[in-house]
Design a protein around this ligand. Structure first.
Ligand SMILES: [Fe+2]
Ligand SMILES: [Fe+2]
Length: 242
């Protein structure tokens, strides 16, 4: 379903030099928001839900709700902040309603680095543009929540607990039906989050390779990072056989 660009209400950037400098610092290529205080639990979740319902198609909004409550369930399981998980789950696809051109234009105006892979596959941009909107339009100041939005598509080496939760929730929420091994990954997600993460990365790379599609190098870097962690633990073989 096409996303409604008009409905996105994105406010074009008119920022002071200081604001732009600050934004560029925050939106590093790595998606690591490291220069902001991290208040927890200061979200108006009701308003955020209302905003997402307004800017997303009904199908996308169903997915958003699925990621929101699956993130909350994983936060309960692993002891992450429930409020952060709800906010990150709600906002993770907040830029999906923007056209590719609009997302590229936001990146250009706000100094967000666009990789060659992203230029060829602009749908990948919705993660970093989403983090920018979460901060600029929806008022999120928590760096972990912004990172979770920024990295929900490809992951990154050394993800925080919240980043892993949103990455996994995006893949396993109840509305997802088509991915291979979903039953196993859903079970794994509540047993061992890192194993679930690794399995999702493996399946994603395999799926893209099978279709002859390009994978973002960041997906492979993330897989290599978590695979080597298990190799160090002597568990890579066990993982491969699952
Ligand atoms: Fe997404
Ligand atoms: Fe999503």
């Amino acid at each position: 379903m096409p996303k409604n660009d008009e409905a996105c209400l994105y406010m074009e950037g008119k920022h002071s030099r200081e604001e732009k400098h600050s934004m560029e610092e925050r939106h590093s290529r790595e998606g690591e928001y490291s220069n902001e205080a991290s208040p927890h639990g200061q979200y108006n979740l009701k308003e955020l839900r209302k905003a997402m319902k307004e800017v997303q198609s009904s199908k996308r909004f169903e997915h958003t709700k699925g990621v929101e409550y699956t993130s909350a369930a994983l936060a309960m399981r692993y002891g992450a902040s429930m409020e952060d998980a709800l906010a990150a789950g709600l906002l993770h696809d907040c830029a999906k309603c923007l056209s590719d051109d609009k997302q590229l234009s936001i990146c250009e105006k706000q100094g967000l680095f666009v990789t060659e892979t992203e230029k060829r596959n602009p749908f990948l941009l919705h993660s970093k543009v989403g983090a920018y909107l979460a901060w600029h339009k929806y008022g999120i100041k928590n760096q972990d929540v912004l990172n979770a939005v920024h990295n929900h598509t490809t992951g990154r080496p050394g993800m925080s607990l919240l980043e892993k939760i949103v990455f996994v929730a995006d893949y396993i929420e109840p509305g997802r039906k088509e991915a291979a091994n979903l039953t196993e990954i859903r079970r794994l997600a509540f047993q061992d989050l890192d194993r679930a993460l690794l399995k999702i990365l493996e399946d994603t790379l395999e799926y893209l390779e099978g279709r002859g599609s390009e994978a973002d190098p960041r997906t492979r870097e993330t897989w290599e990072y978590y695979h080597s962690l298990y190799e160090d633990k002597g568990e890579a073989k066990a993982l491969q056989s699952q």
